[in-house]
Design a protein around this ligand. Structure first.
Ligand code: ZN
Ligand code: ZN
Ligand code: ZN
Ligand code: ZN
Ligand code: ZN
Length: 679
């Protein structure tokens, strides 16, 4: 470590150096420390990066002369005296609080040095197959002019250096290397994340955005707004300059990259994406891979337990533990194929049909009608009245703004255009060829589980529980002759279909363990299927599952030959729900789903429930808050975003449980097992 004595004795040799002004002296130490990478890469290629070079490269010394306003002899003299200290103690000389001098407008159009520079973390080639392995890298071209979006210093101009190994051709960028078309990120989390060719966002800023999304449903667009209004520190004249603008695609990409890097770190791998192609497609495969892994193996908190969701309930003196989850549906969704229950992926979120069902575009949009639609219309001759009605209402009653106003939901987000139709399915009653009543069905109505009658899908399922078996429930085709004059009810879908809801498994301590997208409707066979597939590891199934439709679920299981799950786990409905909504005369209700019939679940008073389901309810309310943000997302983005929100929310919940003394832990036998939830 450099001491004052060292400094004085080395400076003493050159008396003129003692006239150096103190600010220039301290800035010299810090700037030279900052520029170490710029110095080392100009040495001969077998130079050992840990040894301080004898003299400063010309451009660096010129730069220091300009910035510090001291003569070249002083700069060279200071280097001579201080180089070893700067070289070895460099990083510690640059404290967190070091603020470089304000950037002066670079005189040359292609500046090579600046007080704010991003360097690749590597100094020598790391490619183990390269002959130049361990040899010093060289600058590739001049550094790029970039913009930094920082947390505490606002928007800043800076330079980013790219290095190259001339043996193997690997290019080293500040965040990653590029070699043979693969962009490989460095391990760990970088201080600045590159979100476009010339823009880098400080990690703290991206962490802040992610927390805004978790805690207050902030969209990527709004995050970019927030940055400009409260963090950018831009003067009025600078606000419209394009390179100082942070846009929604930047905050979104930053969110994605940070989440992927964090994931790679937790999985002890490195993130690799294609280096070529368009930025918008770059991370799709990596996101898809994580989505798939979480769907199959669950969230990290899948193996969670704590004193709030596990109860010790001794039986005949033997220690026994019981746990439970709460099953519920949350009304959020994304565009999906218009064919009911089809899980085919849309090419873009604007499409109405998946690849397989493209031919559906030729038909009338009234459900069950197989006639071709009229030219430039969406309906056939027979159903013209329905389309006229839809158009005549100006689509007004069916657009999101009206809907939200009616529900008095204020949700300021510009991730969607509020006047856009909510992609309507409308239901009409027609009398004598005239529409007498119409209602929109677009926004999935809040799934008041327990009050919803079991859909016809339950009875139409014959091939056992599976997602596929509920698909394509035949819709009776109305007889055309009757339609023209008669009275009938019909549904027309004038926009895209959205997935029906997200089904969640939440523990009574608010930990979300699983999520699954339900298509078409929330049906009991789907819930049963999910319950099984999410708990394939022996012993992973909770002892109890609260679900408002448990009586239907119980009867459904009971009707399936060989089904035993309903005998192996308790399927109660919650106490409040049971009192208000269930028939006490029905056997399934009064016996199997009666929460009062399970002593392990009852509290001290013998009447209320031991497990508090309100935390789970709260969690689902929180989850539902994303409806507006995710409504226009593609399937890949949707899954990735929601998984990340749950992951971060669970981290917050876990910390809270820890603080409150609930001793959260992981069941090791589940934590490292991987389930295969194939479907
Ligand atoms: Zn190399
Ligand atoms: Zn818990
Ligand atoms: Zn389809
Ligand atoms: Zn028709
Ligand atoms: Zn019931």
């Amino acid at each position: 470590m450099l001491t004052i004595r060292d400094v004085l004795s080395s400076l003493g040799g050159v008396p003129s150096l003692l006239n150096t002004p103190l600010p220039a002296f301290s800035q010299f130490i810090r700037l030279a420390s900052k520029l170490r990478p710029a110095i080392v890469h100009q040495q001969v290629h077998h130079w050992t990066p840990s040894v301080a070079p004898q003299s400063l490269p010309d451009d660096v010394s010129r730069f220091l002369v300009g910035r510090l306003s001291i003569p070249k002899t002083s700069v060279d003299g200071l280097w001579e005296a201080l180089k070893d200290g700067i070289w070895y103690d460099g990083p510690s000389l640059l404290g967190e609080d070091w603020v470089p001098l304000p950037e002066c407008t670079p005189e040359s159009a292609r500046p090579r040095l600046s007080a704010r520079m991003l360097f690749p973390p590597a100094q020598v080639c790391m490619n183990s197959e390269c002959l130049g392995h361990g040899k010093l890298l060289r600058w590739k071209d001049d550094p790029k002019r970039i913009t930094l979006f920082t947390f505490s210093e606002g928007v800043q101009d800076a330079l980013a250096v790219q290095l190259q190994c001339y043996r193997c051709g690997t290019v080293y960028y500040p965040n990653y290397t590029a070699y043979q078309g693969i962009r490989r990120y460095y391990a760990g989390l970088p201080e600045f994340v590159q979100v476009s060719d010339h823009k880098y966002v400080e990690r703290t800023v991206l962490e802040h955005f992610t927390m805004l999304s978790v805690l207050s449903w902030t969209s990527a667009t709004n995050a970019a707004h927030i940055y400009h209004e409260s963090l950018s520190q831009l003067k009025d004249a600078e606000r419209e300059i394009a390179r100082y603008r942070l846009r929604a695609e930047h905050t979104w990409d930053g969110f994605v990259i940070l989440a992927l890097l964090r994931d790679a770190r937790d999985q002890s791998t490195v993130l690799e994406v294609p280096n070529g192609g368009e930025q918008k497609d770059r991370f799709t495969a990596a996101m898809r891979a994580r989505n798939e892994r979480i769907r199959r193996s669950g969230q990290p908190e899948y193996a969670h337990y704590c004193t709030r969701c596990v109860r010790r309930f001794d039986d005949d003196g033997e220690a026994a533990f019981i746990d439970c989850i709460v099953i519920d549906g949350v009304s959020i969704g994304r565009p999906c194929c218009g064919v009911r229950h089809c899980r085919g992926e849309l090419h873009t979120p604007q499409d109405h049909w998946c690849l397989e069902h493209m031919d559906q575009a030729n038909f009338c949009v009234v459900e069950g009608c197989r006639l071709p639609h009229r030219l430039r219309f969406r309906t056939c001759e027979l159903h013209a009245a329905i389309e006229e009605h839809y158009d005549a209402t100006g689509k007004g009653m069916f657009n999101l703004r009206t809907r939200l106003q009616r529900q008095r939901v204020s949700h300021p987000t510009d991730s969607i255009t509020p006047a856009a139709p909510v992609d309507e399915e409308i239901e009409v009653e027609v009398e004598g060829g005239r529409v007498v009543y119409a209602s929109g069905l677009g926004l999935a109505p809040a799934i008041a589980t327990g009050t919803t009658a079991p859909s016809q899908d339950v009875s139409s399922t014959s091939s056992g529980p599976s997602f596929q078996s509920t698909a394509d429930v035949p819709v009776p085709i109305l007889c055309p002759e009757k339609e023209v004059t008669g009275n009938y009810t019909a549904r027309g879908r004038f926009g895209r279909r959205h997935t029906h809801n997200e089904q969640t498994f939440v523990r009574p301590c608010a930990m979300i363990t699983c999520r699954e997208t339900f298509y078409g409707s929330e049906t009991v066979p789907q819930v049963l299927d999910m319950l099984k597939k999410k708990h394939l590891i022996p012993g992973s199934r909770p002892r109890y599952a609260y679900f408002d439709n448990n009586c239907i679920l119980f009867k459904h299981c009971d009707s399936l030959p060989g089904e035993t799950i309903h005998l192996e786990m308790g399927l109660p409905v919650d106490v409040f729900h049971w009192k208000c909504k269930h028939k006490k005369t029905d056997e399934a209700c009064s016996y199997h789903c009666n929460p009062l019939a399970f002593p392990e679940l009852l509290g001290e008073d013998g009447k209320s429930s031991h497990f508090n389901s309100s935390a789970a309810e709260q969690t689902n309310v929180w989850f539902g808050g994303y409806h507006a943000i995710v409504r226009e997302m593609s399937a890949v983005k949707y899954d990735f975003f929601l998984d990340e929100m749950i992951l971060r929310k669970n981290e917050i919940t876990r910390a809270k449980l820890e603080r409150e003394g609930c001793r959260p832990g992981y069941r090791t036998e589940l934590r490292f097992a991987s389930t295969d939830v194939s479907s």
